[in-house]
Design a binder for this molecule. Sequence first.
Ligand SMILES: [Zn+2]
Length: 437
Amino acid sequence: MRLLLALALAASWLDAQGSVVDLTILHFNDFHSRLMPSPQGTGGAAHLATAIRRERAHCPRCLLLNAGDNVQGSPVSTVYRGLPVFEVLRPLKTDAFVLGNHEFDYGYERINDFLAAAGHPILAANFQTAEGRLFTEAGHVIIERDGLRIGIVGVLMEDLVPGFTSAAKFGPNRMLPALATLKAEAARLRDQTDLLIALVHLQREACDEIVATLPEYAITISGHDHGGKENLFEVDGRVGARLRASGTELGRLDVRYDQASRKVIQANWKKIPITARDFPPDPEVAALVEKWESKVRAVVDTPIGQSSARLDRPGTRAWIESVMLRKTGADFAHMNQGGVRDILPEGQILARHIWNIMPFDNAMVVAKVAGKKIPGFIRGAQTLDPEKLYSVVTIDFLVEAWRNAQDPALQDFGRALPLDGPMLRDVLIEAVRQGQP
Ligand SMILES: [Zn+2]
């Protein structure tokens, strides 16, 4: 009797062992067309490619996921409307990509060109044509790795218009609620899969909500908020990860997963800094980067308009704030002097002048904030109604700094503002083109 019991226990122990598997997910998000390394030598597509190749070499059951916003952020994207980024990243052999809000920046039709160039599925389970077809023709993929059937479902924020893109760029299409779509897809895919991954491009609160409230998804890989996550977000056998933007990090998430309970029983998350020093360029990707960057060098040196006066640095800053106010109709604009790296000269203005004034990829962000939260350096001498909402326009770089400030009031103000919007540099170039220097 004892022996039988012992045998039965051993058998169930073996069963449990058999249902436990190891899986590695390499991931990045918000690449934002940083084909070249930064002036500080971080990031760069060819260096990222080498890091991915090295990690794959020690990765028996491995996936590469990209959580959206490949485009917008350097001249090569602005000039060639995003397409080079998908062509350059194609050799990475990404397993799945979720559409981000910035993929709409050149109009929804351009997404068809991204689909053709990418060489990998572009997931968007909640983005439909007016006729109710999936726009990208893929809401999910099922990938088998060494006997493990992995379902990956992609969704992006449903409130794209007007917060993230214009009605014109969104076109006649429609969005379904992101979390409800994930839930419905999970119900359909459960029997065909051993593990479900949510690959999402959503506001950070929604990313955490998936991990906290959708037990169907053991793993959530997200993008959109450029700040990334400090630590892996873990709730009852489920995990969520997100990196900082611009291809400056590669994520490696190693999980031990129990197929029987559909839970992660152990997870280790590593953020690998991408530097030109540590990762020599991958020759194939480097050649593609050079092909596009050499073309764009000529384009950036093109005239975009005239300036009637030479502005000094404070004058250039005041000009930038006036453009921000005109563009958004906000009550207050704030740009930091340190972010203004050059002056607006008199006479003919080249696109490169604006790139020199604004070399950082600052997103212009706008939100309504209660009067009582708006700090003195923004409201100036004005007395504000503490409960009334005023719109404030500024840049994501400052919002991130305020969120991490010592002063709790400034933290609170920072949290009231988003971290994503159009590139301020593109807004300034457009203003010069429209004769508003
Ligand atoms: Zn985004």
